[in-house]
Ligand binder design. Structure first.
Ligand code: SRM
Ligand code: SF4
Length: 563
């Protein structure tokens, strides 16, 4: 169905909720005051997303509570924005303390470089938001039909280029932040503006975007942000040691629905080049094009990728350029090598150190001998630099002076996490979405299943002599694609409890999607399919050949262009 032909169809329910919400206020305030339930009104659960909040319930407890005739164990998840992934030690300490005081005690680093806290009871949401505000953080537009956390290679100090790119990420993020005062009124007790709900949203208008919108900036040769999965992506082009500008890509997105063939993962199209000072204008032109032409009748067909797929990339470029009033230049050459993080200690351009630290599934917690949460808290207390969240759910401890390096390594060692980067290449390149018990959309386990499959795979890679070889594996509990599984060499996508669809053969540099090779199979069947291939790879690979490329060369999978 073309987005051109959708106007006769009724708008989706969420469009009506947004239109009636008085710029995202709805009945959230009243719902918070109702102590007879841990939930808020269903329409308001759509609006709280724009405030960075999802109503969830503990799915492990559903049956037990139903039997006891109790309402579900409702709580909220908050997503705290970290544009470009950079947080100060003070901010980190605040998040750490608030997680203990109001949430479930763990911190989750997301695949889009944000913090998530789970398990917040309704009455604790407001004090928590007030707590993050004190350290200049917010959760505005971390979710909802607006531009989300702007991703950026998190390594601003490796070269001056990263610094310039980080500034672009922040500028885009600020420019596209909604202007409504709803967040400030509801959570921070700001006095209501006259005629509350009438303030201008110059970019979004009264009904915001048809769907979520994602922007990221990559700095080749690293494609850690998976730039081709973004609605709008920028690829930094460096010429004569300087940032010449950005190649622009648009129309990426990964979510799909099992059994709904009109939904698919899609890689973004390369549409041109702009100078650094033009990036914010390009972002606005792309966002407003999607605002005006995206499908508001069917939320499963509402992302920019479908607008471009239906109308064609030439139409899209023409529309964006007519809004800009100038033409994008021809895209310039670039080359990506990897999606992976570069673990370990490295020097930055200022002569300081940074440590890229592996965090399984981005979950920061203390577990037995591995006291990651305590270790990072101790580091934050003394760190003179800052923390960087990576797009692979990991953390960088950055700006470490010579005299602090040993102390910080000592803290990590004392808490059992000093050698965490010495694990197998497959583990260090694994990601999983949260799925059960918090995600309401999960069809299967993901974060809680990952250790099991990694344990089995590690036996295979070690016996094949591939202990240190990087192979990407990403798992999700449903086809929405939150850990970007369709861009992994091995992708697992939840189908039903204990069952997954298996995907193989994405490119290690994020430029090719993988392909579905088996459906609805358990972990043991996944192993039966993948283990022989890994063994063959160890014996037959060509020099420098990646596992995903090998799967193609030996005919295990065929290339997929766009879903
Ligand atoms: Fe996601 C919905 C978690 C990155 C595609 N995602 C959700 C929700 C909020 C479930 C819900 O709507 O009720 C999940 C909350 C689970 C929980 O308990 O925390 C959720 N998504 C996540 C995170 C935390 C996964 C992680 O392991 O880190 C990531 C948060 C990123 C952030 O900080 O903003 C996360 N989600 C992604 C990505 C990857 C990315 O953006 O790089 C994708 C695929 C890219 C894309 O958007 O196409 C992604 N999430 C989705 C979708 C499918 C969207 C679609 O177009 O079909 C949904 C469902 C929806 O929107 O209806 C979804
Ligand atoms: Fe939930 Fe599915 Fe996203 Fe996993 S991929 S967090 S199960 S929506």
């Amino acid at each position: 169905m073309s987005s051109e032909t959708t106007s006769a169809k009724p708008l989706s329910e969420v469009e009506k909720i947004k239109a009636a919400s008085r710029n995202l206020r709805g009945g959230i305030l009243e719902g918070l005051q109702d102590t007879s339930t841990g939930a808020i009104a269903s329409a308001d659960t759509q609006l709280t997303k724009f405030h960075g909040l999802y109503q969830q319930d503990d799915r492990d407890l559903r049956i037990e509570r139903r039997k006891a005739k109790l309402e579900r164990a409702f709580s909220f998840m908050i997503r705290i924005r970290v544009p470009g992934g950079v947080a100060t030690p003070e901010q980190y300490l605040a998040i750490d303390g608030l997680a203990d005081q109001y949430a479930n005690g763990t911190i989750r680093l997301t695949t889009r470089q944000a913090f998530q806290l789970h398990g917040l009871l309704k009455g604790n949401v407001k004090p928590l938001i007030q707590g993050i505000t004190k350290v200049c953080m917010d959760s505005i537009a971390a979710c909802g039909d607006v531009n989300r956390n702007v991703m950026c290679n998190p390594n601003p100090k490796v070269s001056g280029i990263h610094g310039a790119v980080f500034e672009t990420a922040k500028a885009i993020s600020t420019h596209l932040t909604p202007k409504t005062r709803a967040y400030f009124e509801i959570w921070l007790d700001e006095e209501k503006v006259a005629g509350s709900g009438e303030e201008e949203e110059p970019i979004y208008g009264k009904t915001y975007l048809p769907r979520k919108f994602k922007i990221g900036i990559a700095v080749p040769p690293s494609n850690d942000i998976d730039v081709f999965s973004q609605d709008l992506g920028f690829i930094a082009i460096v010429e004569d040691g300087k940032l010449a500008g950005y190649n622009v890509v648009a129309g990426g997105g990964l979510g799909k629905t099992h059994g709904k063939t009109g939904t698919f993962p899609r890689l973004a199209d390369l549409i041109g080049f702009c100078r650094p000072d033009q990036a914010v204008a390009v972002a606005e032109a792309v966002v407003t094009t999607q605002r005006d032409h995206g499908d508001r009748t069917d939320r499963k067909h509402a992302r920019l990728k479908y607008t471009i797929q239906d109308r064609g990339v030439d139409w899209f470029i023409g529309e964006v350029e007519s809004r800009l009033g100038w033409k994008l230049e021809k895209a310039r050459p670039f080359a990506f090598e990897t999606q992976a993080d570069d673990y370990g200690w490295h020097r930055d351009v200022d002569g300081n150190w940074f440590l890229n630290l592996f965090i399984l599934s981005g979950r920061i917690k203390d577990a037995g001998e591995l006291r990651m949460k305590t270790a990072l808290r101790e580091v934050a207390k003394i760190l003179k630099g800052d923390f960087r969240l990576t797009p692979n759910q990991n953390l960088m401890i950055s700006g470490v002076t010579d005299d602090q390096k040993e102390t910080i390594q000592g803290i990590l060692d004392r808490h059992g996490v000093g050698q965490i980067n010495r694990q197998t290449g497959i583990r260090l390149n694994a990601m999983a979405c949260p799925a059960l018990p918090t995600c309401g959309l999960a069809l299967a386990e993901s974060e809680r299943m990952l250790p099991e499959i990694l344990g089995k795979l590690e036996e295979v890679v070690e016996s094949a002599g591939l202990r240190d070889d990087a192979i990407t594996i990403r798992s999700t509990g449903c086809p929405n694609g939150c850990a970007r599984p369709y861009l992994a060499e091995i992708g697992l996508v939840g189908k039903a409890p204990g069952k997954y669809n298996l995907y193989l053969g994405a490119a290690f540099n994020g430029t090719r999607l993988n392909e579905e090779v088996a459906v609805n199979i358990g972990v043991d069947e996944v192993m039966e399919r993948v283990s022989p291939l890994i063994r063959r790879y160890a014996k037959e690979r060509e020099s420098g050949e990646r596992f995903g490329d090998f799967c193609h060369r030996v005919g295990e999978v065929q290339p997929v262009a766009a879903g």
